[in-house]
Ligand binder design. Structure first.
Ligand code: PLP
Length: 479
C-alpha cells in the first residue's frame, strides 16, 4: 500500500510497529498481573471507553467555555463522586491521576494555610505508609513532611501518635483509605476530628479505595470504618477513576468539602499578554480523552454496576487471603480492608519454613503471575517494616483463582527455607546500569536484585540508583 501524501509511512505499518512494541508488555487483561492494571473483565467496557475517548480526541480541555462538553463531563463525574463519597455539596475536578490529585490537595492546603496567616515553612503530617505522591508534592511545592512511623505488624498507626504532632506549621494532615503498601485503612474519624478542632484540613487519600470501598459492605465484604465526607473534619478526598473505577489511565477525582479550599487549588494569571489563564489542575492544554472515557465507564456501570463488580473482588480477595493463609512460611500483614494484600515472611514460622516474599514473587512469576515487590524499611523510630509482596485483587482475579493459588503454593514450595535473615545485606551489590541494560535487552528484570539494592543502600543513594536505572532503561535503543 502506498501512503497518502504527505504521510511517509502508511498507517498499517505504523500500527504494526506499535503492536510489535506492545509484544513484550505484561498482559493488561486476564488477571495475570496483580498490580498496575484494574481489569473489570467486561470487554464491552473497554470498547466503550475507547469510543468515548475517540469522540473527544480533538478537544482541548484547557477551555471549557469553548468546549462545554468538558464542563458537562466533569460535572457529571463530580456528581457521581458526591453521591458515592457522601459529600452532597462537594466541589472539585477530574485530574490526570492520583499523583495530580494529591499534588493539588497539597497545593490547596498550602495556599489556604498562607491565606490564614501561616508563616515560615508549612508542613504535611502523614504516616510512613501514605503514598509517595505526598512526599513528591512536598518536594515540588516546597513543604516539609513530618512522617509518623506505623506499627510494622499492623501497617497503620494510633491516631494520637499522629495528632499529637499537629501544630501551627501543619498545613495538611493526610490519612489513607486504604494505604497502598498494606491495604489497611487508617483511623480516619479520630484523626479528622482532632484536625477539625485544630483548624487543619484533613485529606483522605482514597486514590485506590475511592471506587471500591463505597461498595464493599453492600458487596458482602463486611464493614468498612468511616472514611468519607460523612466524617466530620474530612476536607478533601482523592479517588482514582483509573483504578477501581475501571477507566483507562489518566483520570482521578479530587473533591473538596469546602469551596474556599477548592478555590485554592486553582492557578489564574491575568498578568501576561496572552489569553486569560485559569487552570483548575496542573496542566494547561489537556486531553479530554481520559475524561470522556471515565465518564462513559462510570455512566454505563452506575453504582449498581460497581456493586456487582465489587462482589467479584470481595469473593476473590477472600479466596486469595485463604490461599496465602494456607501457605506455611508466609502471612498477610495486618488486617487489610479492601482488595489489597501485602504478603510477608511469617514471623512465627520456624526458620526452615520461612518464605522470602521477593524470592516467592520471582518463583510465582515463573508460573505466569506478576506480583509487586515492596522493599523493607527502617523507620525513624528504629522499627522495621518488613519487605513484602503486594497483590491487587480485581474482578478478573476471580476467573484465574485456581491457577493463581496453584502458582502461589508451588512458588512458595520452591523457595521455602531459603529466606535470608531480615537484616541481611547482599554481599556483592549488582551494578544498576547492568541490571537496567539486562532488563531492557532481554526483557528479564531481576526484581529481587533491584529491591535488594534498595534495601541495602542508604536512602539517598538508592533513590539516585533508581533514577539511573530508569534513565538507562528508557534511553533510545541502538539500531
Ligand atoms: C495509586 C495511588 C496514588 C497515586 O496515583 P497514580 O494514579 O499512580 O498517580 C496515590 N495514593 C494511593 C493510595 C494510591 O494507591
Amino acid at each position: 500500500m502506498t501512503p497518502e501524501p504527505p504521510l511517509q509511512v502508511d498507517a498499517e505499518s505504523v500500527l504494526g510497529r506499535l503492536s510489535a512494541y506492545r509484544g513484550s508488555d505484561a498482559p493488561t487483561h486476564g488477571g495475570r498481573v496483580l498490580s498496575y492494571v484494574y481489569d473489570s473483565g467486561l470487554a464491552g467496557l473497554d470498547e466503550l471507553a475507547a469510543r468515548a475517548a475517540r469522540e473527544v480526541q480533538s478537544v482541548n480541555g484547557l477551555d471549557p467555555t469553548t468546549f462545554p462538553s468538558v464542563a458537562l463531563l466533569e460535572g457529571d463525574l463530580v456528581s457521581f463522586g458526591r453521591a458515592i463519597l457522601h459529600g452532597p455539596d462537594a466541589v472539585g475536578s477530574v485530574t490526570s491521576g492520583g499523583t495530580e490529585s494529591c499534588l493539588l490537595a497539597v497545593k490547596a492546603a498550602r495556599d489556604s494555610w498562607r491565606a490564614r496567616g501561616g508563616h515560615g515553612r508549612p508542613r504535611i503530617l502523614l504516616a510512613r505508609t501514605a503514598h509517595a505522591a505526598f512526599v513528591k508534592a512536598a518536594a515540588y511545592l516546597d513543604l516539609d513532611v513530618d512522617v509518623v512511623p506505623v506499627d510494622p505488624a499492623a501497617g497503620t498507626f494510633a491516631a494520637g501518635d499522629l495528632t499529637r504532632r499537629l501544630d501551627e506549621a501543619t498545613a495538611l494532615v493526610v490519612v489513607s483509605a486504604p494505604a497502598y503498601p498494606h491495604g489497611v485503612v487508617d483511623p480516619v474519624a479520630e484523626v479528622a476530628a482532632t484536625a477539625l478542632d485544630a483548624g487543619v484540613p484533613c485529606h483522605v487519600d482514597a486514590c485506590i479505595g475511592g471506587l471500591v470501598l463505597p461498595f464493599w459492605e453492600e458487596a458482602g465484604g463486611g464493614p468498612v470504618p468511616a472514611w468519607d465526607f460523612r466524617v466530620p473534619g474530612v476536607t478533601s478526598i482523592s479517588a482514582d477513576l483509573h483504578k477501581y473505577g475501571y477507566a483507562p489511565k489518566g483520570s482521578s477525582l479530587l473533591l473538596f468539602a469546602d469551596r474556599d479550599l477548592d478555590r485554592a487549588r486553582y492557578f489564574a494569571l491575568t498578568d501576561w499578554p496572552g489569553y486569560p489563564v485559569v487552570n483548575p489542575t496542573a496542566l494547561g492544554s489537556r486531553s479530554a480523552g481520559a475524561l470522556a472515557a471515565a465518564w462513559a465507564v462510570t455512566s454505563a456501570l452506575g453504582a449498581q454496576g460497581y456493586v456487582a463488580l465489587t462482589r467479584r473482588v470481595v469473593a476473590a480477595t477472600a479466596a486469595v487471603r485463604a490461599c496465602v493463609g494456607g501457605i506455611p512460611g508466609l502471612a498477610v500483614l495486618g488486617d487489610p480492608t479492601g482488595p489489597l494484600l501485602a504478603v510477608v515472611t511469617d514471623p512465627g514460622a520456624p526458620e526452615e519454613d520461612r518464605v522470602d516474599p521477593h524470592a516467592w514473587a520471582g518463583a510465582v512469576a515463573q508460573r505466569g503471575f506478576v506480583l509487586q515487590g515492596q522493599p523493607g524499611l527502617v523507620q525513624a523510630d528504629g522499627s522495621r517494616i518488613p519487605r513484602s509482596t503486594h497483590l491487587t485483587v480485581t474482578p478478573v482475579t476471580a476467573q484465574v483463582l485456581d491457577d493463581l493459588c496453584t502458582a502461589l503454593v508451588a512458588g512458595a514450595d520452591e523457595v521455602r527455607g531459603r529466606a535470608p535473615g531480615l537484616e541481611s545485606v547482599p554481599e556483592a551489590l549488582p551494578d544498576p546500569a547492568l541490571l537496567a541494560r539486562a532488563a531492557r535487552d532481554t526483557g528479564e528484570l531481576d526484581l529481587a536484585a533491584v529491591l535488594g539494592l534498595i534495601e541495602a543502600l542508604p536512602r539517598e543513594a538508592s533513590a539516585r540508583m533508581l533514577v539511573d536505572f530508569l534513565a538507562t532503561f528508557t534511553e533510545p535503543r541502538p539500531g
